[in-house]
Write a protein that binds this ligand. Structure first.
Ligand code: AN0
Ligand code: CP
Length: 316
């Protein structure tokens, strides 16, 4: 593997999950793979888990890590070619990416959707700018359209906690005061497609995800019906794709104990950060069926398996 931009960049996701579970048992077994190699982690948006778990994964592989908060400390970058740069943008991605490539062996980038225009967000200008101009492998730490490291961690968590070969997995929309990207939900669905899982997506009308991503997935507009017999309830807010960037705080979609009782004692999953009692009640989040802390832990091993594959490829 050279770049990790989408979950489909992993040739065999089941093997990657197995490998991550092994790495979790022996996290520092491959300390030599990253020796004298440097990863640059570039953040255009906030982060807790992605920043620390990717750093931890790199350290476990013996790498050096440089982190840069681009939104506050970097020059404002221009991503369009051929423009007259006489306003707020100080530097073009063309130079920035080539310069960073001289200091690092891998570059990882977080740049969220702006949620103003689907046409612009679908171009995923930041990550694609790095892909175009960097001369080193690029890793997606949540772009405008996807968050594959999260989806891989979620796949690992489901594999660890399922009793069945084909558990019923429900991806449920939940309310939120802010307009949030579709990236986490997109990558979760792409991951489920790749594992041929049994899954249902539930959301209010008008909150359909990009139909190119959901393809033939089952959509159930009745949340309670979707929850019946579920083994995993994966919760996420996303803003509307069809009415781009519009959000909703419809509290009838909040995850409650009463709704969880409709399931097959389902495990509760969320990528975090989560707003208590807006997205999900305290009683569910603090209950014994919650996997949110384990999901966050698996972010390290998801990142580690990805970085390991890239470093191994580099040596060939
Ligand atoms: C971000 C999102 O929904 O994409 C990051 C989630 C990992 N969430 C927030 O901004 C709250
Ligand atoms: N789940 C996740 O990506 O968390 P952060 O935004 O804190 O990195």
């Amino acid at each position: 593997m050279n770049n990790f931009i989408n979950i489909s960049d992993l040739k065999d996701i089941d093997k990657a999950i197995e490998e991550a579970i092994l790495l979790k048992k022996h996290p520092t077994k491959y300390q030599n793979i990253g020796k004298n190699k440097t990863i640059g982690l570039l953040f255009f948006n906030s982060s807790l888990r992605t920043r620390l778990s990717t750093q931890k994964a790199a350290i476990n592989l013996g790498m050096n890590v440089m982190v840069m908060n681009f939104s506050k400390e970097g020059w404002a970058l221009e991503f369009d070619d051929g423009v007259l740069m006489n306003s707020s943008k100080s530097e073009h991605i063309k130079e920035a990416a080539q310069v960073i490539s001289q200091y690092c062996d891998i570059v990882a980038v977080r740049a969220f959707a702006e949620l103003k225009s689907s046409a612009i967000d679908n171009q995923d200008k930041v990550i694609n700018g790095f892909l175009k101009y960097a001369t080193i492998p690029v890793v997606n730490m949540e772009s405008a359209t996807g968050h594959p490291l999260q989806a891989l961690a979620d796949a690992i968590t489901i594999a660890e906690h399922t009793q069945k070969k084909q558990p019923k997995i429900v991806l449920s929309w939940a309310p939120h005061p802010n307009a949030l990207p579709q990236a986490v939900a997109n990558s979760f669905v792409e991951m489920l497609h790749q594992t041929s899982a049994n899954f249902v997506i539930t959301h209010p009308k008008g909150f359909e995800l990009n139909s190119e991503i959901t393809k033939n997935a089952t959509i159930e507009y009745n949340q309670e019906k979707a929850f019946e017999n579920a083994d995993f309830i994966y919760v996420k807010n996303w803003s509307s794709y069809t009415n781009y960037g519009k959000t909703s705080q419809d509290e009838t979609w909040k995850i409650t104990i009463a709704k969880m009782k409709l399931t097959n004692q389902a495990k509760f999953m969320h990528c975090l950060p989560v707003r208590r009692n807006v997205v999900v009640d305290d009683a569910v989040l603090d209950g014994e069926n919650t996997l949110v802390i384990q999901q966050a832990n698996n972010r390290t091993y998801a990142a580690q398996v990805v970085l390991k594959k890239i470093l191994e490829n580099e040596k060939k």
